[in-house]
Design a binder for this molecule. Structure first.
Ligand code: HEC
Ligand code: HEC
Length: 186
């Protein structure tokens, strides 16, 4: 957002997910701007039921309603792409990330892309999981998990690129051999 912000420098680099899976970094505000969304209605802090409705009659406003502030203070852009406040106006090129960049970047479902099926989905995943568990191969640390995913992707990429040509080669060789056998038999 802001092209130069000296107080973001640190010895340790930020994690990938601190941008790619964080709505605040994407510009949508903390927890998708939910944190303080109800400025327009004002904020009460008193005894409430499980639905968030006040159960006392003596509750007083903690924050008075602000009718013209419909969004959380750290939201700069809506999901629909409407910019709701200015950012980094000292620098000519600064602003919220474009919709294209935000869509390109957001990766909140990354774990689920595998783990909605692993380890209890398709047959092969169950086999791998049971065998892996019994052999003590289930990744325990982040480093082990990274190594596992890297290996799986390497195998998958090789299969994507070389799988079809190798299959085609086997089929062609099979047809050739079958023909030769028939010719010899004649
Ligand atoms: C400070 C925030 C930030 C951090 C931290 C960050 N990224 Fe990004 N990343 C971005 C932004 C913004 C884009 C989109 C840029 C664009 O589309 O112009 C992006 C784009 C990408 C892309 C797509 C690149 C392309 O050209 O298609 C990949 C892959 C990526 N990031 C991986 C990572 C990985 C891996 C890490 C951690 C090692 C990481 N990012 C850390 C902000 C971040
Ligand atoms: C490319 C696929 C893939 C992605 C993406 C992925 N994982 Fe995994 N993960 C696996 C596989 C394969 C295993 C090992 C098989 C198993 O645990 O049943 C595993 C194992 C694990 C385990 C150990 C499970 C156990 O039984 O102890 C945890 C925890 C885990 N993953 C968390 C995550 C998290 C958190 C993310 C996202 C940040 C993630 N994974 C993303 C493939 C993936």
């Amino acid at each position: 957002m802001a092209p130069a912000a000296p107080h973001t420098t640190d010895r340790a680099a930020r994690s990938c997910t601190s941008c790619h899976a964080t709505t605040k970094a994407l510009g949508y505000g903390t927890q998708d701007g939910r944190y303080l969304k109800q400025y327009t209605q004002g904020v009460f802090v008193d005894i409430m039921n499980e639905k968030g409705q006040l159960v006392t009659k003596t509750a007083k406003l903690q924050i008075s309603p602000i009718p013209d502030l419909p969004m959380d203070l750290d939201q700069v852009v809506t999901r629909e792409g409407e910019q709701v406040q200015s950012v980094g106006q000292h620098w000519p090129l600064s602003g919220p990330l474009t919709k294209d960049q935000r869509d390109h970047m957001e990766r909140i479902g990354v774990c689920l892309s595998c783990h909605k099926d692993i380890p209890t989905g398709a047959f092969v995943y169950r086999v791998i999981s049971v065998v892996g568990t019994n052999l003590g191969l289930i990744p325990k640390t982040d480093a082990e998990h990274q190594k596992l995913i890297a290996r799986a992707m390497f195998i998958a990429a090789n299969l994507e690129i070389f799988g079809f040509p190798i299959l085609a080669l086997i089929v062609v060789a099979g047809i050739y051999l079958a023909r030769r056998k028939r010719q010899r038999a004649q």
